[in-house]
Design a protein around this ligand. Structure first.
Ligand code: COA
Length: 325
């Protein structure tokens, strides 16, 4: 068996915050943000939780795939901004959509999270343990930001995106042809946010990281520009597929300059690199399913086309898939 993407969905909170809106609350400008990142607006939740966004994106993907949620046997939600430590977000989605027989997994991988989830689901499907999986990224990153820190707050947004994955026969056309995922824990301190530190009647530890997101932007930038092309070659070269053969590169939407640098490394035109960060900002694990769903609903994903999906971020981590649509 192999894995095929049979549906996509996304959901963005209604409120749109512009760069000019941000310039009202911190020392920044529309010009700086657009020029240095490619971001113009982002959606920010005012009354919806990560669980709410997850459920709405899931239902959207389920409708697109035309499947019965009762047949879903695996749910993986990638998030760094879940509402509870437990129960996890996947259990909440399960309850809302009625996927009674699903395994329910939440993973914390940062911006590579959805492709990591896809890698896990692909293993379940190839081993025969899953026939129909819901994998998604969902984030309310707005609660992870220090809204006085212009180096991070201007970059991120809220949203959720989902894929429905199905087990299909190996001889069926299309599917996930190759997928990889990796961590580089040595560089973990370049992008951090603190969890709950040890605190009990016998001991106490200070949190190793601050409450809000800290990022060494230039280090993460360099990491992405090196690892994205490397990982693409790692999965394409053994298959004899060349970067020229790829129709679209769906990269994590962090910064337009990262996409431009990767395009240059791979000697590919920017037209092959879909962009929605201008509209939604960096929505971490929700980024790739959201942009793919936007393309899908506009009829821009064509049967037989070859796509690269690549996420990178906190950990540091990265994950890349080669998919034939
Ligand atoms: N508005 C105005 N000025 C800003 C600013 C903002 N929002 N953010 C930073 N600056 C200033 C800095 O203070 C600095 O000023 P100084 O030279 O007077 O000290 C100057 O702009 C340059 O800052 P620098 O950090 O060198 O900018 P940069 O070109 O590296 O861009 C990022 C910063 C964060 C946009 C960029 O590094 C980036 O996108 N990195 C990758 C991040 C990423 O992908 N993260 C997600 C992974 S999931």
């Amino acid at each position: 068996m192999k894995t095929k993407i049979i549906g996509t969905g996304h959901y963005l909170p209604e409120k749109v915050v512009t760069n000019d809106d941000l310039a009202q609350i911190m020392d920044t400008s529309d010009e700086w943000i657009r020029k240095r990142t490619g971001i113009a607006t982002r959606h920010i939740s005012v009354d919806e939780s990560t669980t709410d966004l997850s459920i709405k994106a899931s239902l959207n993907a389920i409708e697109n795939a035309g499947v019965d949620p009762k047949d879903i046997d695996l749910i993986i939600v990638a998030t760094v901004s879940g509402d509870y430590l437990y129960p996890n977000t996947a259990c909440q989605v399960q309850k809302a959509i009625g996927a009674e027989k699903a395994r329910t997994i939440e993973i914390n991988i940062g911006c590579a999270g959805c492709i990591y989830s896809m890698d896990i689901a692909d293993s379940y499907i190839r081993s025969g343990k899953s026939k129909l999986a819901l994998v998604m990224g969902a984030e309310t990153l707005s609660k992870m930001m220090d809204w006085t820190d212009r180096r991070t707050a201007v970059l991120f947004g809220d949203g959720a995106g989902a894929f429905i994955l199905k087990a299909v026969d190996d001889n069926e056309e299309g599917g996930i042809e190759a997928i990889m995922a990796r961590g580089d824990g040595e560089r973990g301190d370049t992008l951090t946010a603190g969890g709950r530190p040890l605190d009990n009647p016998w001991g106490h530890l200070d949190s190793p990281a601050g409450k809000y997101t800290y990022m060494d932007g230039q280090e993460v930038f360099k990491f992405a520009c090196r690892k994205v092309p490397e990982s693409i070659h790692e999965i394409l070269d053994p298959l004899g597929v060349k970067p020229d053969d790829i129709d679209k590169y769906f990269l994590h939407q962090a910064n337009i300059r990262i996409l431009e640098t990767v395009a240059k490394f791979l000697k590919q035109p920017m037209e092959k690199f879909p962009v929605n960060m201008s509209e939604v900002g960096n929505i971490s694990a929700a980024s790739i399913p959201t942009i793919m769903d936007m393309y899908n609903k506009k009829g821009l994903l064509k049967k037989g086309e070859k796509y690269i999906l690549c996420g990178f971020g906190a950990g540091l981590t990265y994950a890349t898939a080669y998919v034939i649509w």
